[in-house]
Design a protein around this ligand. Sequence first.
Ligand SMILES: *Cc1c(COP(=O)(O)O)cnc(C)c1O
Length: 357
Amino acid sequence: MSEPIRITRAATKKSKPKDAELSFGTVFTDHMFVVDFQEEKGWYDPRIEPYGPFSLDPACAVLHYAQAVFDGLKAFRGKDGRVRLFRPQKHLERLNNSARRLCIPPVEPELALRALVELVRLEMDWVPSTVGTALYIRPTIIASEPFLGVRPARSYIYYVILSPVGAYYPEGMNPVKILVADKYVRAVEGGVGGVKTGVNYASSLYAAEEAKHQGFTQVLWLDGRERKYLDEVGTMNIMLKIGDEVITPSLGHGTILPGVTRDSALTLMREWGLRVSEREVSIDEVARAARQGALKEVWGTGTAAVISPVGELAHRGERIVINQGKIGELTQKLYDAIVGIQYGTAPDTHGWTVGVE
Ligand SMILES: *Cc1c(COP(=O)(O)O)cnc(C)c1O
């Protein structure tokens, strides 16, 4: 099926911020993609229209029971001037997995990809060019049926908005201090930790605010059952190097979000011949390794920052300092490798990028 995407152009264009003035998620482009769903019709009327507010009935399901999913990916302007999306198919596949878990009808992958490419092509001038900047892409699905009963909604809106974002590390990568959460949990087995849905974010805010008041950047989440095993760091996947083993929690329990950056980092490290394990790792194992001098590096992975080095973990009054608070060699190598592919300065041997001409 290749239903055409109807385009209505904005009558006036917004002024674009300079690359140096960009932050995260504050400025949106002139257009957005929208497609509607009704039980009788399926997804219908895909269109690109001027960016603007929706009119929603106050009773609509998403506003009460949070039936919604989203994803987040980026388009980069390379040194060669070309614009590339990073692994869009993988992000859209995850969006549909998230949708299924929330009883939301999946969006046809071919249409969803075409929508991303066409929207970014129309907004090409919005893709900033300084290394580190990007055009952030936010696909979202919300339940739009006005109904207060508790069951999956019968109507939805899928939309995609774009936001030019600044360099995550304008002054270079600085390892952050992280508080290990022992009072709150992010996800439990059988829950929705493994999918990208807003409720995971809403329920994480309280712990993150407490950590910030105590001088930490974020929290390290432990598992929901024993509060023993590492889960994620803030809204990023976590990776550690202990001795010569690189470890990241496995996806098997359904509590870890299957990050595209996580997958990219694992793929690269395996190609580099490193010993990489996806397994449970307890905070006690991490603390013990640190005491023995075997804890070499800790970092988070995610689309926003790519790689975020962790310099210190605080756990029940104990301070675990990693690599003297400095960025590790592998952390830096991974960052450089992924960013190189994204900006087209390193060959894309995995077919991860999709060019927007
Ligand atoms: C989005 C997200 C990540 C990172 O996924 P990427 O695909 O690498 O951006 C990690 N953890 C959580 C909870 C997330 O929502």
